[in-house]
Ligand binder design. Structure first.
Ligand SMILES: [Zn+2]
Length: 66
């Protein structure tokens, strides 16, 4: 938990496991990410986590915590 995000110049890990055509800049930090992953959210993993916390339990996304 609480892993600090890497440099903004590093792509989100999700960008490596999706189709290249799905890779795009994060809507918040412009990091390359899987733009259409996680239910279509254009946020990278590092922006997604605080966003989920802000949205609360009504968010439909599956938690990535393990
Ligand atoms: Zn981001």
């Amino acid at each position: 938990m609480n892993t600090p995000p890497p440099s903004l110049s590093d792509p989100d890990p999700s960008a490596f496991v999706c189709l290249g055509s799905h890779v795009g800049p994060c809507a918040v930090c412009q990091r390359k990410t899987h733009k259409y992953g996680h239910g279509g959210s254009p946020l990278c993993t590092w922006c997604m986590t605080p966003a989920l916390e802000g949205w609360g339990p009504t968010a439909r996304f599956t938690s990535t915590r393990s």
